[in-house]
Design a protein around this ligand. Structure first.
Ligand code: PPS
Ligand code: ADP
Length: 319
């Protein structure tokens, strides 16, 4: 199951992504965390020391190699140059299993605090003015488009704040999107924006309140969010202690129960592989027409394999 955390910067996306993935990993569930936030802090939130380096290469450093690996022997994709981030898999493409024995996981995953983590990479000085952060997210989109995941296993992406989340269709690749909101009007404005986009594309979204300090905060959220409010986390002495490099007695029971609710909401989702592939194709065609045909000098609609059925049934042919 694929889960995204989105929301306004500072709302707690990274903190909740870390708490949620640790919660899942501790239960023994297979999980991969991906840092897709322009501020790459997830490794530290998972417990990497400030002076320690995340040693695995960022996904965005090897987008070309990842394209070559994923296109496999797909005759519709002649080269890595012909493959854009929305190019959907077809016959001959390599499909991935979560934490499978493949070149993406083996190269890019490093375990931090008991959680296997991949990172998209920081926005470098050389990117300023010439690229948008969504270029860094291309490899994440390709990864998700080629992944065959199942119930009880989880990919959790800490997404970048703001409009970059909507570039190219990445936001349609998730079984559940958690919108993290603080009990403030500013934080809610992102909720309204995301909710409208999500409704347009039929994307499942649930709101997670964060840094709630009492009944007034909760009433504020309940009044404005209504039944979209799935759960809320309270302002956490445990999180603060971790931020300060101190030990604590562990996550508070209320916050732990909130994480259980998130998991239950994800587990309740039914996977519809046909719809997933249909969305992928739809966004690929849109991108082809808008910029990618011109960027590659090719007719990218020809990459769509009309006979390909995505999902577990597609796996044996690719083993
Ligand atoms: N949504 C959207 N709209 C307009 N233009 C876009 C969009 N997404 C990507 N681009 C531009 O296309 C170039 C390649 O994009 P990426 O590196 O992100 O990815 S990929 O080619 O799809 O793998 C790259 O341009 P160049 O940097 O000039 O090569 C991107 O800026
Ligand atoms: N429930 C919480 N309790 C206490 N502090 C929190 C909580 N959630 C987030 N924080 C703190 O708020 C700040 C911003 O959180 P962060 O996860 O980095 O936000 P984002 O990823 O949305 O930008 C961090 O200092 C983090 O420790």
């Amino acid at each position: 199951m694929r889960v995204a955390f989105v929301g306004k910067g500072g709302s707690g996306k990274t903190t909740l992504s870390a708490l949620f993935t640790r919660h899942l990993a501790r239960s023994g569930a297979p999980v991969v965390a991906i840092d897709g936030d322009i501020n790459q802090h997830l490794a530290h939130a998972l417990g990497l020391d400030e002076d320690e380096l995340f040693a695995a290469p960022p996904l965005s450093a090897r987008t070309g190699e990842i394209k070559d690996y994923l296109r496999g022997t797909n005759p519709r994709i002649a080269s890595r140059e012909a493959m854009v981030k929305t190019t959907p898999p077809g016959h001959g493409s390599r499909l991935l299993r979560l934490l499978g024995d493949d070149e993406v996981h083996s190269r890019h995953v490093q375990e931090v605090g008991g959680v296997p983590l991949m990172v998209t990479g920081a926005f470098a000085g050389s990117d300023l003015g010439v690229a948008c952060y969504h270029s860094k997210l291309g490899a994440v989109e390709l990864y998700l488009n080629h992944l065959v995941d199942g119930p009880g296993e989880y990919v959790v992406v800490d997404m970048t704040a703001g409009a970059d989340a909507f570039a190219s269709g990445l936001f349609t690749r998730f079984d559940m999107t958690f919108l993290v909101v603080e009990p403030t009007r500013k934080s809610l404005s992102v909720y309204h924006q995301y909710r409208d986009h999500a409704a347009e594309f039929g994307i499942p979204v649930a709101v997670v309140g964060n840094k709630v300090t009492g009944a007034d905060d909760l009433a504020f959220l309940r009044e404005r969010v209504g039944e979209d409010l799935l759960a809320h986390c309270e302002l956490s002495p445990h999180v603060r202690a971790q931020e300060q490099g101190r030990g604590s007695g562990g996550l508070e029971p209320h916050n732990s129960r909130a994480l259980d609710r998130l998991r239950a909401a994800v587990d309740a989702r039914h996977k519809d592989w046909d719809a997933f592939q249909r969305h992928a194709v739809e966004f690929h065609l849109r991108n082809a027409a808008a910029w990618a045909d011109a960027a590659t000098g090719r007719d990218l609609a020809a990459q769509v394999d009309p006979d390909f059925r995505h999902g577990p049934a597609a796996l044996p042919a690719f083993a």
